[in-house]
Design a protein around this ligand. Structure first.
Ligand code: SF4
Length: 266
């Protein structure tokens, strides 16, 4: 069960990479409606984990960030998933207060609440959106471990972004067990054809990496997909692979057909 109200369970006073071209503070909201196998935020997604984390006060965070205004440009709200229906009122109030303080608001979302996303954009409560496009529609269920037409909601969210004037980034975390050149080509065609036909503004390829196996939601499933056998013990899970630079560059050149700008992180 996700919390009924927004719980901030993580805070970074400064990030240079999570808001393109800006220096921002970042707040991490607990709870998510998906269970992506490769998720690196198991501590924020699983209730048995996030309830053990420190809880932060939004008001205190905002006061601290306001003092550094001029140096810090804005606040990134990420998670977990900040746009869950139960969080709408809280997120709207938070975005309003951040904007009233003269700071920018960026929201990172898995795209499962297109109506609220549209509302935030219409009300000018957000300046930048990062939207996850995890894979092609047919593979969403396998990757997110959730039933229901998640891909349809993501498609609607992307259509909202492409029809608006807002700055946005479409992001894919690429995992050798789930992505390859063919899948990337199909993701590209999909995002190109959604909403007003044409390239998305910015596309980010995020390489799957394993720095801490305990932070990954389901390393076992990834391992089995990657190696075609059951791991013998936890040490086996160290064999989880990332893509090499050459493959990331191939992905980048594929996606350049479908996005105005493409970047990748190793
Ligand atoms: S990667 Fe998936 S499970 Fe993890 S926070 Fe994002 S949407 Fe939720």
């Amino acid at each position: 069960m996700e919390p009924k109200v927004v719980e901030i369970r993580g805070f970074l006073p400064e990030t240079t990479i999570d808001y393109p071209g800006k220096l921002a503070a970042e707040i991490f909201v607990a709870g998510c409606n998906l269970r992506c196998v490769y998720c690196h935020a198991a501590n924020l997604v699983l209730p048995e984990n996030y309830t053990k984390l420190e809880k932060f006060s939004f008001e205190k965070i905002l006061e601290a960030v306001k003092k550094r205004k001029g140096w810090v440009d804005g606040i990134v709200i990420c998670g977990g998933e900040p746009l869950l229906p139960a969080y709408e009122k809280d997120i709207e109030n938070m975005a309003m207060e951040i904007k009233e303080a003269g700071l920018l608001v960026k929201i990172d979302t898995n795209g499962t609440n297109p109506k609220f996303l549209e509302y935030l954009i219409r009300e000018k409560l957000v300046d930048f959106i990062a939207l996850d496009v995890k894979t092609i529609p047919e593979k969403y269920k396998e990757l997110t471990m959730r039933n229901g037409d998640i891909a349809k909601l993501v498609e609607q969210s992307l259509a909202v972004l492409k029809s608006s004037n807002i700055d946005y980034d479409v992001r894919t975390t690429v995992v050798p067990a789930f992505h390859n050149e063919e899948i990337m080509e199909k993701i590209g065609e999909w995002i190109y054809n959604v909403g007003p036909k044409g390239k998305v503004k910015l596309y980010t390829i995020q390489n799957f990496t394993v720095s801490d196996i305990n932070s990954i939601l389901d390393p076992h499933t990834i391992f089995v997909k990657q190696h075609n056998y059951e791991p013998h013990d936890d040490k086996d899970l160290d064999k989880l692979e990332s893509f090499d630079r050459e493959t990331l560059l191939k992905f980048r050149s594929i996606m350049e057909k479908y996005a105005e700008k493409v970047r990748y992180f190793e």
